[in-house]
Design a protein around this ligand. Structure first.
Ligand code: SAM
Ligand code: SF4
Ligand code: SF4
Length: 368
């Protein structure tokens, strides 16, 4: 095993959560910076059939990589129970992620179970490789929308970035199938890495624009982030969103659009000629910690209050120790009220030294 793996294993150890006793959960609570918990991202597998160089580089996630054994994963019943408890704490949206969530066997059954929770927006982020086959079943099970990740439209660049030689045509088939199945409006996520796929920005924008013949999809250009400890992140490989907007806007003029809701992570822009809209997610150059309402649950049931956290909290331990929903809800509320995370703001303030100093958790383990 490559010794770069060791910090990740350490980081996967979650701290036990204190339960305040048999106290009824109190509903939404503000964290230490006045933010409420709204979005829950659940990683349902730490495995993936891609090896995107910025997320699961082969040098670290090789053949002998110790992925989680099956009994460490949260079961569908555990995920659904915890989802209900989160909803009682104010969560209104759940996104299933991974690893590659469509690799989890019988995911349709999990979606059926989650879709039965009243008042919940249920979405999923996927690399699209299995979407052509699964889109209709996912929709039938109650999934509302999907976001598909796609880093380039030209085959050589895409194959190089997914690093498993996966062809772009199959992801495009998946996107088309999702649209037909009614999983729209679709968002397409492109991580921009300077020098690797910045030449693919304009073709992506042109391709997914809407036209009289085609409803189009919303492409979101994401700044390459220093998530985890294995992707060898360097600041000079980040292309600031301002540059992306200039590049696109020079050819296809853009105007800013108001957010759909307070705290929306993507900044929205629309084409002045009516060609739909795009988004930019600028977590490196314009930190949005002040409005961060996200909480993340890892594949093995650890809770992370920040994407860049170094420690999780062992929620699975509470579930398996026979704690009641009220006890777990109260523990979640207490954890959230203590939260003061603002990693991206600190990174901006302290330059990049923070990024390499911390042993952060991997993206594939807690999802995006
Ligand atoms: N496998 C699925 C996929 O790729 O859509 C879901 C999990 S993936 C970890 C979730 C999102 O995180 C994807 O859109 C991916 O592009 C993004 N992502 C992964 N590593 C990233 C990084 N270092 N910087 C920015 N985004 C990243
Ligand atoms: Fe897999 Fe998604 Fe990470 Fe790519 S970004 S390696 S598809 S989990
Ligand atoms: Fe939220 Fe942490 Fe990202 Fe800031 S760095 S926006 S607190 S997840």
């Amino acid at each position: 095993m490559n010794d770069r793996v060791i910090p990740l294993l350490d980081a996967r150890r979650a701290a036990p959560i204190a339960t305040p006793g048999a106290v009824a959960s109190v509903g939404p609570v503000a964290d230490g910076r006045g933010r409420y918990m709204r979005d829950l991202r659940i990683s349902i597998t730490d495995r993936c059939n891609f090896r995107c160089t910025y997320c699961m580089p082969k040098t670290v996630f090789g053949r002998d990589y110790p992925f989680l054994p099956r009994d460490e994963l949260l079961s569908f019943e555990e995920i659904t129970r915890i989802a209900r408890i989160f909803v009682a704490q104010g969560v209104t949206k759940i996104r299933l992620t991974g690893g590659e969530p469509l690799l989890r066997r019988n995911i349709e059954r999990l979606i059926e179970m989650l879709a039965a929770i009243p008042g919940l927006e249920l979405t999923l982020t996927t690399n699209g490789s299995l979407l052509a086959k699964k889109a209709q079943n996912l929709r039938d099970a109650g999934l509302q929308r999907v976001t598909v990740s796609l880093d380039a439209l030209d085959d050589p660049t895409f194959r190089k970035m997914n690093d498993v030689d996966f062809p772009v045509a199959e992801v495009l088939e998946g996107i088309a199938a999702a649209e037909v199945a009614g999983l729209g409006p679709l968002k397409v996520n492109m991580v921009v890495k300077r020098g690797t796929n910045d030449h693919a920005i304009l073709p992506m924008a042109r391709h997914f624009r809407s036209s009289p013949a085609n409803a189009g999809h919303i492409v979101r250009f994401i700044e390459y982030m220093d998530v985890g400890s294995s992707n060898g992140w360097k600041l000079d490989e980040v292309m600031p969103s301002a540059e992306v907007l200039k590049l696109i806007g020079d050819e296809m003029p853009l105007a800013a659009v108001d957010p759909n809701y307070p705290g929306e992570v993507a900044e929205r822009w629309r084409y002045l000629d009516g060609g739909g809209e795009i988004g930019v997610i600028s977590s490196v150059t314009q930190a949005f910690c002040s409005s961060c309402t996200r909480v993340r649950l890892s594949t093995d049931g650890s809770l992370y209050t920040c994407l860049f956290a170094t420690n999780g909290h062992d929620l699975r331990g509470l579930l398996r120790a026979g704690r009641s929903d009220d006890e777990i809800g109260a523990a979640l509320g207490a954890l959230w009220s203590e939260r003061t995370d603002n990693y991206s703001e600190q990174r901006s303030a302290e330059s990049t030294s923070l990024s390499t100093a911390l042993k952060k958790i991997e993206m594939s383990y807690i999802g995006g």
